[in-house]
Ligand binder design. Structure first.
Ligand code: THU
Length: 138
């Protein structure tokens, strides 16, 4: 189970989402291998395809801070239907996550379900395909 710090941060991020077009607010929090938490929210745009997802915003914050390894993910959304990362976000997350990384699918009441990165994106094409010996060194 994720710590309450992760859940609270994801709720805060979701509440700050800029989603005037879809009205669907999403928050994402990543725990880096360094133990720090990185939050992101979706940021939509009047030119619709330019909007970015919460997961991508959180990844950008993590990488800008110098961290490149994700050890835990929380995605926060509202509504009846379980929130899951979109296909593009699964690929973005996979770039920095092993297939064993837990992904908590949450609503403001807490975790509804936890899956692994490998379950979300089986047989992923990832960094190992191009850089078998990579060490996260850039
Ligand atoms: N959204 C995310 O931020 N993450 C996801 O994984 C699913 C979708 C956002 C994108 C858009 O701003 C809104 O949710 C509706 O698709």
């Amino acid at each position: 189970m994720p710590g309450s710090d992760m859940i609270e941060m994801a709720i805060e991020a979701m509440e700050r989402a800029y989603a005037p077009y879809s009205r669907f607010r999403v928050g994402a929090v990543l725990r880096g291998a360094n133990g720090r938490l990185y939050a992101g929210c979706n940021v939509e745009n009047a030119a619709y395809p330019q909007g970015i997802c919460a997961e991508v915003a959180a990844i950008a914050a993590m990488v800008a801070d110098g961290e490149r390894r994700i050890v835990e993910v929380a995605v926060m959304g509202e509504g009846e239907t379980l929130i899951t990362p979109c296909g593009g976000c699964r690929q973005h997350l996979r770039e920095f996550s092993a297939e064993t990384v837990p992904v908590h699918l949450c609503d403001p009441a807490g975790v509804r379900r936890t899956v692994t990165m490998g379950q979300l994106l089986p047989f992923a094409f990832g960094p190992d395909n191009l850089r078998p010996d990579h060490d996260d060194g850039g």
